[in-house]
Write a new protein. Structure first.
Length: 217
């Protein structure tokens, strides 16, 4: 039986952590792009577009991410399409992230005084110009701290991808535990790596929030 040192365990987990980071970035960037499109639809005068986005947000916020991962992995197979755990995890986390970012950003846009919209209208700007030149630049400054902070939730959410066979940090921890029979050591290292990923982001988000609040005083 091969004896694994703490460094061997940590090193193997560190290698698996690359996939956690990659999946988090794909979900965050993809979710941001989809969320931006949904936000614009939500802000349009079309009642049907608003209802669609509202239903979309309620669906993905109101159901567990675990269930969404199962549906993405097994549901696509019902249509005769073979999918990998990587594709299913990226798809489910992207849709999940987009729903939350849409709502975060909608709240930031709603915080912009109505007078800003009216001032833009008085300058004969159309809806797109109002968003691009007046509303979104102001809302972006407000949205940066909570958006960066939500990245922590995305990183922790990737741990659930292990249930469909995606080998990320948590799944690698389980596999190493089965090989070493050292669950306390392995999962302590897993927790340490998650902390190392999430704490700097949380700290940076708080610093951004303080700067933004100071700038508005």
């Amino acid at each position: 039986m091969v004896e694994f040192t703490v460094w061997d365990i940590f090193r193997n987990l560190l290698l698996a952590g690359r996939w956690t980071v990659a999946l988090s970035l794909i979900a965050f960037i993809g979710g941001g792009l989809v969320g931006l499109a949904l936000l614009i639809m939500r802000l349009t005068p079309s009642i049907w577009a608003q209802r669609f986005v509202s239903g979309y947000v309620q669906l993905f916020q109101g159901t567990p991410l675990l269930m969404q991962l199962f549906l993405a992995y097994f549901g696509i197979a019902l249509f005769g399409i073979n999918t990998s755990p990587w594709v299913a995890a990226a798809l489910a986390l992207t849709l999940y992230t987009s729903a939350f970012l849409t709502e975060i950003w909608r709240g930031c846009v709603a915080s912009i005084p109505k007078g800003q919209w009216e001032a833009a209208q008085s300058l004969a700007m159309n809806f797109g110009e109002q968003l691009r030149h007046v509303v979104l630049p102001q809302a972006t400054r407000i949205a940066i701290p909570p958006t960066v902070g939500f990245l922590v939730q995305v990183i922790k959410g990737t741990a659930l991808a292990s249930v469909i066979g995606f080998i990320e940090l948590t799944k690698a921890g389980t596999m190493i535990t089965n090989a070493t029979f050292k669950p306390f050591v392995v999962y302590s290292c897993v927790a340490l790596l998650y902390f190392g990923l999430c704490f700097p982001i949380s700290f940076y988000a708080k610093q951004l929030e303080r700067r933004m609040n100071a700038a508005h005083r």
